[in-house]
Design a protein around this ligand. Sequence first.
Ligand SMILES: C[S@@+](CC[C@H](N)C(=O)[O-])C[C@H]1O[C@@H](n2cnc3c(N)ncnc32)[C@H](O)[C@@H]1O
Length: 271
Amino acid sequence: MKDTELVGVQKTVSPVLRAKALDNRLPDPILGDKYAEQAMRRLDPDYDSRRFGTSQMGLAAVVRAKAHDDWARSFLADHPDAVVLHLGCGLDARVYRIDPPATVDWYDLDYPSIIELRQQFLPPREHYTLIGSSVTDLTWLDRIPRGRPVLMIAEGLVPYLTETDIRRLLTSVVDAFPTGQIQFDAVPVWAWRTSKWDPTLRRYGTQFHCGFNDPATLADWHPRLQYIDEAPMNDSPVLMAKAPANVRRIYRFMNLLPGMKRSTRIVRFRF
Ligand SMILES: C[S@@+](CC[C@H](N)C(=O)[O-])C[C@H]1O[C@@H](n2cnc3c(N)ncnc32)[C@H](O)[C@@H]1O
């Protein structure tokens, strides 16, 4: 399997991985992910010769990954017996970054073609299972041990699913486990509606399929689900502290525009 054989939404793994690889080269990186560099080099050996520098979009993706990592670490510190469902994992090295104890069972799920690339680029580890499946074919849930706390992470995935599929996914996960945390990022309705004209998404032959102006309301989908909070992204202190001055200026300006400060919302729920 080569990355050239990836289609549509599967191609979106490349820009986020590139952003993490470039971040890792900074003297004081935000994420500091050495596996991103290794995997990116295998995916596209010339990735850094084209447009070097952490792009604006790239920095936001790195900040998003850091927010998800921080929440995941904190949940696993309180629930060392948890099962982790990392859905739409792409080539993200979260399991290696977080390096959970052996009491945690971690599942990385994505389309079979992405999982095949992961197997080529990233090392196996104990208590770690790869599942090659569409997240919407919920039979994969039958393979997950029950009766333990669950942490569901969906980074950069939800906008590519339909609202019907997300609802089935969230309610099925809550029904399947006694307790847990669900964390994901979503885009607002305007970003969904305009995504068919987004040049990057067009290049990959994909678009968003849903948007939520207030993702907290998704807690209404299940009586046991409770909204916890949202992590900042475009105005995140880490972004403002680490971005080069020109990028910081762009974000400050962008954040004044209606809707832009929350053009992606990183949210978490408990049950
Ligand atoms: C923008 S990438 C994010 C990858 C990774 N989570 C990260 O942040 O680096 C979106 C990922 O979602 C996956 N994806 C999209 N729809 C999916 C589906 N129905 N089932 C499984 N994976 C899906 C894609 O294959 C891709 O790996």
